[in-house]
Design a protein around this ligand. Structure first.
Ligand code: NAP
Length: 474
């Protein structure tokens, strides 16, 4: 029987356990370094943390949950859902996988609980795992609490405090409205604004939840409608269809005008770059919150942080009691800090120029290794849960091919991976994400190990089967 080790207990790891079980694989072990499952939904406990993809799309297609309390479920519900789905499977919590080495047809994992061997290794480590802490001058001199949104300090009570929030991405726009009513003052430090559209969130009353439970088709239809909308957006963004994107920009402008009367604040929060270049943010309360009397937004560069203040480039000292770093993630580190090697070659060496993988899943020279949510499988719209399902379909097809050929190993051919990569890079160049803004997809050298440059329907098509010519077995 094929033994499979899965590293990571977020959506990808739990999805792997569930889909592999459905495909008949029983010897599957999931390793999660934290004491609970959830991945990003374990780490992001900041006030206001919730999904910004409708929950009927942000759930496994094979495990629909009719009981979501809202259209966009909050963090606690999503984590509970994942724990529920994972219940039947072999999950080793609080077990850190430090390294994995492939030798003589098998993977050996070095874990905090000892060695573990398996035929197949699946990494499910997420892209938004490691917080990015910017090198802000003087950050270490700050005397009060300072923490990242993904490492929220639950012991710190922000009530009545003057709070700095650095960053204006998807995390910041959720956290600021959530803390504003309790704190004395919020100062938002914006480097560059992003476009938003209304979220349209609402609770599902009990009768609606009962209806979804009784008539599952309704939930499936809602999922299909959301999928179609998101895939339309994925197509427009990846093909830089400015005419299709213009209505979103108009809606975003209107959202600003409606909520903000002060022309100076309006100017500051109105992005200059193309809509979609940064991830489009969904919100109903960001601009109304910015217009509140205890909220201030500065677009001046942070010059220095002192023991009790943040000084900006215009010479203004902003006195603060606590700092929230809503500064995003080291999204290009992928499996780090886990060290992966096949025989004498490390994945870090293979990825020295830029992380790349065939369909974001397999890497030449690394047999029996499959990456979930790997390089170039993020999008500007769509549900990563659906992407993970597509990837697992491909993984299972590869495992079946390996069995069909009675082989021990399966690995993508270098020529196939290179041909795919060349096609991908050409397509990436025409996407909206490469239109000149700063975003977490493209690094300072113009490398993009993040984005999928076509629609999600195209991704599903490509991953739904295995091209036997692309893989070799041994
Ligand atoms: P992010 O989108 O990368 O935003 C980071 C913010 O910090 C940006 O505004 C950035 O400014 C700013 N920043 C970074 N370094 C800075 C510095 N040195 N000085 C000043 N400002 C700095 O991170 P995020 O908001 O955590 O979101 C990341 C991704 O997580 C999202 O795109 C989304 O995919 C996901 N997410 C999802 C949800 C959800 O579903 N509910 C919620 C949160 C996050 P620039 O824009 O100028 O770089």
């Amino acid at each position: 029987m094929t033994s499979i080790a899965v590293v990571g207990g977020g959506f990808a790891g739990v999805g792997a356990a569930a889909m592999l079980a459905r495909a008949g694989y029983r010897d599957v072990t999931v390793f999660e370094r934290e004491a609970r499952l959830g991945g990003v939904w374990h780490h992001n406990t900041y006030p206001g943390a919730a999904c910004d993809i409708p929950s009927h799309l942000y759930e496994f297609s094979f495990a629909p949950n009719p009981r979501w309390s809202r259209r966009y479920a909050p963090q606690t519900e999503i984590q509970a859902y994942l724990e529920d789905v994972a219940r039947p499977f072999d999950v080793r919590l609080s077990t850190d996988v430090k390294a994995a080495h492939f030798h003589d047809g098998r993977w050996t994992l070095e874990t905090s609980a000892g060695e573990h061997t398996a035929d197949v290794l699946i990494t499910a480590c997420g892209q938004l795992t490691t917080p990015a802490i910017p090198p802000l001058p003087g950050l270490d001199d700050f005397a009060g609490p300072a923490f990242h949104t993904a490492r929220w300090d639950l012991a710190t009570d922000l009530t009545g405090k003057r709070v700095a929030v650095i960053g204006t991405g998807c995390s910041a726009i959720q956290v600021v409205p959530a803390i504003q009513p309790e704190v004395a003052q919020v100062t938002v430090f914006q480097r560059s604004p992003g476009w938003t559209i209304p979220k349209g969130d609402f609770p599902y009353p009990g009768w609606a939840q009962r209806l979804f439970a009784r008539v599952p088709l309704l939930q499936r239809l809602d999922r299909a409608a959301n999928y179609a909308f998101h895939d339309f957006a994925a197509y427009a963004l990846s093909h830089r269809k400015t005419k299709l994107l213009a209505p979103f920009r108009a809606i975003g402008s209107l959202q600003i005008k409606r909520a903000i009367k002060d022309p100076e604040l309006r100017r500051k929060v109105t992005p200059a770059d193309e809509i979609g270049c940064k991830r489009i943010m969904l919100t109903d309360d960001w601009y109304p919150t910015l217009a509140k009397p205890n909220v201030d937004l500065t677009d001046q560069r942070i010059e220095r942080i002192t023991a009790d203040a943040i000084r900006t480039a215009d010479g203004v000292e902003h006195p603060v009691d606590a700092i929230v770093l809503a500064t995003g993630f080291r999204a290009h580190d992928f499996v780090a800090p886990m060290a992966i090697a096949a025989e004498d070659r490390t994945l870090a060496q293979e990825w020295a120029a830029v992380p790349r993988a065939y369909l974001g899943i397999t890497v030449p020279g690394f047999p029996n290794l499959f990456l979930l949510y790997g390089p170039n499988t993020n999008g500007g719209s769509g549900s990563v849960v659906a992407t993970i399902e597509a990837q697992l379909t491909h993984v299972i097809a590869a495992l079946k091919e390996r069995e069909r050929r009675s082989a021990r190993t399966i690995v993508v051919r270098r020529e196939a991976a290179q041909a795919f990569d060349a096609e991908l890079r050409t397509a990436l160049a025409r996407t909206v994400w490469h239109s000149g803004c700063t975003n977490w997809y493209v690094d300072e050298h113009g490398n993009d190990p993040s984005q999928w440059p076509w629609s999600w329907t195209e991704y599903r098509r490509r991953t739904s089967r295995l091209d036997p010519q692309a893989y070799e077995t041994g």
